[in-house]
Design a protein around this ligand. Sequence first.
Ligand code: MN
Length: 128
Amino acid sequence: MSGDGKLVLLVEDNEKNMKLARDILRFKGYRVTEATTGEDAVASAATEPPDLVLMDIQLPGIDGIEAFRRIRSDPKTAKIPVVALTASVMAGDRERFDKAGFDGFIAKPIDVKQFPDQVASYLTKGRA
Ligand code: MN
């Protein structure tokens, strides 16, 4: 499976998590842009619209949910699939992300083996 040069915007404030996800995506042939805050994520999505956003929820400044809302409310970026990247996998949190309108979520720590398939499937599915 190959990323085929698809562009993924990776939003993550933890350096180690960022490096791991970035390395896997690049290895699989994706292009990766990075943002470490919600504000930067929103700006980056508008400047260089990615094929998929992987959005950490706990971020300095606005959180991933607010950044997601801003991406959705801008017609330029509204159609980009956004997947929550989160350590919170409790039922209540899943519900919260569903309600907010995320296209899905990937649990952290990411599973090195499953991560590429998860990303590929969200790219194929597009906006839910
Ligand atoms: Mn975080």
